[in-house]
Design a protein around this ligand. Structure first.
Ligand SMILES: [Zn+2]
Length: 337
């Protein structure tokens, strides 16, 4: 596991493109979201985190500083992970301290949104001005795109437009619209995530109990772009553009649960375990894997503890067990460990 995801030193800040990107530990998704998403035992303190990040082929996890050994052992059997302090949500040397201050200004204001009553189907955000709310969300989505934290980026015009808006703090005539949905008390009984996808002039971010759809141009808001392979068009509540107080539409629990489950399923599908295991099988034995092989390997993979499950060492162990269980098909000798 890589220890830190630093860019080379002496890079320019991605936002202002002028000053040196000397800031360490920048959150891409604001920390007030991440500590809700990653907290265990419903404790929202920073450093009590257990995070998962889905990469192409593996799911990395990390433990917050305050998650002690006995708790770590519930999630992993990997001894090397006991002392691991990697934080997957932060990056070094992407922003300068001044731009980081700009982000935190909007973040600390916007975090008050959680204190809204959410007692109607459409709630007006009275905690921040419409402009502050828009600049907050544009900043989050621009960072997700510009840092490629989720392996996807907006098209370059859209990304550059957002960068200029966030940097100048000027939202007039932006032509950008967004629909914001919230699902009250979802995290009480469900895990929450940070997920980001975009296509053309549409972007979608799910973060904790929020889902935001961002549109570059009014036409884009009417488009039928399919994100995450989701054939599901949400009823867009009143569109926001920062010029009026922000409107937040309330989602019923079951819809948000459906969306989250569907997207996780799509993400795991993108990993393409079947293709990967088959390629490995071809390499080792010079033939396609038999029909039972995939199901048996996946069932072994799922026996590991949560943080170990989707990792390369666990895939190897799972394949080895399946191969050993079928000596009639595989004449392989394994070295004893
Ligand atoms: Zn900067």
């Amino acid at each position: 596991m890589s220890k830190s995801r630093s860019r080379l030193l002496m890079c320019k800040c991605l936002l202002c493109q002028k000053r040196e990107a000397t800031k360490k530990g920048s959150h891409i998704i604001p920390s007030f979201f991440m500590k809700r998403i990653n907290s265990i035992d419903g404790c929202n303190e920073r450093d009590h985190e257990l995070g998962f990040s889905i990469k192409l082929g593996t799911i990395d996890s990390y433990f917050g500083r305050e998650v002690y050994e006995d708790r770590r052992r519930e999630y992993t059997d990997d001894e090397s992970r006991m002392e691991d302090r990697t934080n997957l949500d932060t990056m070094d040397n992407v922003f300068c301290p001044e731009c980081e201050k700009l982000f935190s200004k909007y973040e600390s204001k916007y975090s008050q949104t959680y204190n809204l009553p959410f007692d109607k189907d459409l709630v007006e955000n009275t905690k921040v001005s419409g402009k502050e709310a828009a600049l907050f969300w544009y900043g989050v989505i621009w960072r997700a795109s510009a840092t490629k934290q989720f392996n996807v980026s907006l098209n370059s015009d859209f990304e550059e437009k957002l960068r200029r808006i966030v940097l100048s703090e000027n939202i007039n005539d932006s032509g950008i619209y967004y629909a914001l949905h919230y699902t009250k008390e979802y995290r009480k009984d469900n895990p929450t995530f940070a997920l980001f996808d975009c296509k053309g002039n549409v972007a979608m971010l799910i973060v904790d109990e929020f889902m935001i759809e961002l549109f570059n141009g009014e036409e884009a808001a009417k488009s039928d772009e399919v994100l995450w392979g989701m054939n599901f068009k949400c009823d867009v509540p009143k569109l926001n553009n920062g010029l009026k107080p922000e409107n937040i539409g309330l989602f019923p629990l079951w819809i948000f649960r459906y969306i989250n489950k569907y997207i996780m399923h799509q993400l795991v599908k993108r990993i393409d375990f079947r293709g990967k295991f088959n390629a490995f099988h071809m390499k080792l034995f010079g033939r396609e894997m038999p029909a039972f092989f995939y199901e048996e390997v996946m069932s072994e993979v799922r026996k590991a503890k949560m943080a170990d499950m989707y990792t390369v060492p666990n895939y190897a162990i799972a394949m080895k067990r399946v191969i050993q269980a079928h000596p009639e098909l595989y004449k392989v000798q394994f070295k004893e460990e």
